[in-house]
Design a protein around this ligand. Sequence first.
Ligand code: A3P
Length: 283
Amino acid sequence: MSSQSQVSVLHKFRGILFSTVSSEELLNALDSFDVREDDVFLVSYPKSGTHWIAEIIENIPNARITLTSPIELGDISKLEELKMYSKRRVIPTHLSYDLLPVKVKQKKCKIIYIVRNPKDTAVSLFHYYRDNPNLPCVETWAAFLELFLKGEVVYGSWFDHVLSWEEHRNDKNILIIFYEELKKDFSKSLKKIATFLGINVNDSEINKIAWKTSFSEMKNNSVKENSDLNHTICALTSDRKLVFRKGVVGDWINYFTSKQKRVFDELFTEKMKHSELARVLEE
Ligand code: A3P
């Protein structure tokens, strides 16, 4: 793909590619955006399972929260819109640590960072690029993978994003959740999230949440739900139907050639050599 077609639907802000639905004026204004101490930020690299975790939090009884649309979605009026919510706000975002409003760090707001195996993330993002009119057209998986490895995709390099958050993994206000662990032991991950938010959940509630947030249930509901930019938690589309593709671990095997796997693994080893998270992702 030519760099021209990238430029037509994405723009660079501080070296990172953003969709045009994130205005430069809004991104600049985030520097001085004031937050509330009880705000919760739900952070991820795109396609890591953000909708799933958001749905889980919304379904925790007594959570008393409002899920907002992503902080970087829209124009400058977004910041006024966020002030309207009176309940505790859960604010999704795909920003890296460095781009997050400085007041989130000063006030030590709670942050849940979701991370997913990068090969599955890449495959998921490839499909999202193909289906989403807000993203550039990419003809083939091979062309997309090249862009992904160079970090020339929306929200930049997966490696830089994850490492920017990993540096803060021991901060008391940050909880890291793995997509794969959530799949493997839903109850354990849900209890971690609830405890982090200061809420108790019992086993019968956990079973109900597991059912309501299962892939099939969320996919079915997404067809019925309205496509409305004000009610999306994705900064890249208002169409929830695009989000629910397969919802499995290990789909990458159906896409990567052995050469692509080797190149990917070499880069992973080099970039993630000091990473603790990498050990979990490689298991
Ligand atoms: P796939 O494209 O691999 O299917 P995000 O919400 O960050 O955009 O991530 C989207 C990915 O999470 C998609 O992955 C989607 O299918 C998966 N996903 C969404 N809801 C899920 C659920 N309830 N269970 C498992 N995976 C889910």
